[in-house]
Design a protein around this ligand. Sequence first.
Ligand code: GDP
Ligand code: MG
Length: 691
Amino acid sequence: MIKIEKREMPIERIRNIGIMAHIDAGKTTTTERILFYSGRIHKMGEVHEGTATMDYMQQEQERGITIVSAATTCEWKNNRINIIDTPGHVDFTVEVERSLRVLDGAVAIFCSVGGVQPQTETVWRQARKYNVPCICFINKIDRLGGDFYKSVGEIKNKLGAKPVILQLPIGQESDFKGVVDIVLEKAYIWHEDDLGAETFIIDIPEEFSDSVAKAREELFEMVLDYDEELMNDYLEGALIDSGRLKNVIRIAVLKNAVTPVFCGSALKNKGIQPLLDAIIDYLPDPSQVGAAIGINPKKEEKIFRQVSDDEPFSALVFKIQSDPFVGRLAYTRVYSGSLSAGTVAFNPRKRKRERIGKILTMHANSRTETNSLHAGDIVALVGLKETQTGDTLCREDKQIVYEGMQFPEPVMHISIEPRTKGDADKLESVLDRLTDEDPTFRVRNEEESGQKIISGMGELHLDIIVDRMKRDYKVDVRVGKPQVSYRETITKRVDRTESVCDRQFGGGSQYGHVVLDLIPLEKGHGLVFENKLSENQLLPEFVSAVESAVRDASSAGIIAGYPIFDMKVVLSGGSMRREDSCEAAYKITAAQAFFEALKKAEPTLLEPIMQIEILVPDEYLGEIMNDFNSRRGKIENMHIRGDLKEIVGKVPLSNMFGYSTELRNRSQGRGTFSMQFDSFERVPETVFEKL
Ligand code: GDP
Ligand code: MG
């Protein structure tokens, strides 16, 4: 037996956190500073210079955005912080979702000018869904038009959170110098010349006495309920020391009852060290978020696993990445137990044993090998062959399955064709790798043209994939025009479409007979198959043949070959003959009945509708709104954001190709927008005819 090494870091000293934000709020810059101050990197990189450590993929550096959630580990005052850098761009919400699934706490970053932007609301809702305790960092206090209190107000009103102010900014815009700490009743100042490396602790400046008193009063009001003894002491006027106060804040944060607010300027190197302290002080360690809940795959019953080394090993793989040096990396969150490198884990979904070759602790651009993994860790495993994103690993004699992850369906596709013979040879295996890494990326072969169709979550998503093929794998492809991925559905119920197959075939005869009903379903129901026949009427293998034929047939509808959704197919009648019924005959009959019924069911097209936010200076508002209306856009809301106006609305994806260029042209480069998939809606009559 291989000895498992003792854990290096006690579980109370581990934090698994995510950093979430609207694009451009400063997530990458903040992460970069965290790595710098914690000694993980020795030179600060800047996003705008394309040298940020976390944005290590070339495409990210060029585009200045964060695409891949790279897990990185750093140490702060003898604690280990595992950070998952979640991307802000909407095409990659799936990355956000999957990181939130494995984190214990989050830091939400806001821009002091932009405040709570609609996309932050989306990410916030995702965090709520997984009950992740959060702290807020209001960044860019140095920016013109920044407003700390307004941002706090928006956190309360727009996100419905209960913000509790634990810091106040000293000075604003170019005068921003440091922060006042409400808990310790001290102030911190940083200087530019040492890149803020040293924190100078001073007394709270005079002019803050009122605002600090007010903030402390609010703080006590919000947290005292969580510690009776403290409440009594406070009411009796006793001095409350900062240790006890921190403790009760922590309790309230873990209950998701309050959200502490901090502030600073990542770019100007102010406010980062206290933010690191806050991560340790207020966010939970892995054992404090409650037991991990999974399913026993053999009995379909719930299993609770305490996050502890004393429990049997279990872990969730949350990301697969192919790495040029070590091959296939499986980013894994360990929930319970421990394991050493070189041993075997079990994947219950695949029913496969997987040998864990190496265990790596990942930093943004380097890694260290360790001998063992323990409850609460986030590590990358090398050597797993079949395990995919969302799979559980566990002990074979103590099986458990954690809930996997749901990924949205792609909304856009393009055709690709290899440029040379060499490219063609490599293409298949490269596409396999890319689909392995990214569950929202799909590939299919189009039989008529012999082309490959790749689909994903948006133009940028597909752009980056094609780019990666070229750069990382040296495969060059010609790409077609991006196309919207429509869906088909039916609008009318059609009962009892009958089909019989009774034919002579190779000297014998084949018989099949089915009756199908098609029923339209509400949005979001996919394709449902229901069998109403007993085994005496139709043997189960014939029923399965019918179901598989129906599912096959519905993958390409009769309007334009798009998959059919939101429809129920009922097998309501049929018969068999003992002597010559066979599966092949039921497949043929089912497909016939299905297509015949489909023609009568008044099929129609569904198109992807996007949620969009556009930010423009006032003087371009009219122009941009006119243009937006002409794209079948529906405006839902308008807000004022500093000196900008924000339009929030919905618009069909099909009318948004090349919008970023268009917006830039119409606003002298000053407008920005972000967009994400909202829902599939029926295509209006007039547009349908054109298609
Ligand atoms: P992300 O998209 O959330 O990762 O944001 P980035 O970290 O890439 O930052 C977006 C832009 O804002 C970059 O140009 C940064 O240099 C800039 N930025 C980040 N933090 C600050 C800050 O505190 N103050 C100011 N003025 N700019 C900042
Ligand atoms: Mg970034």
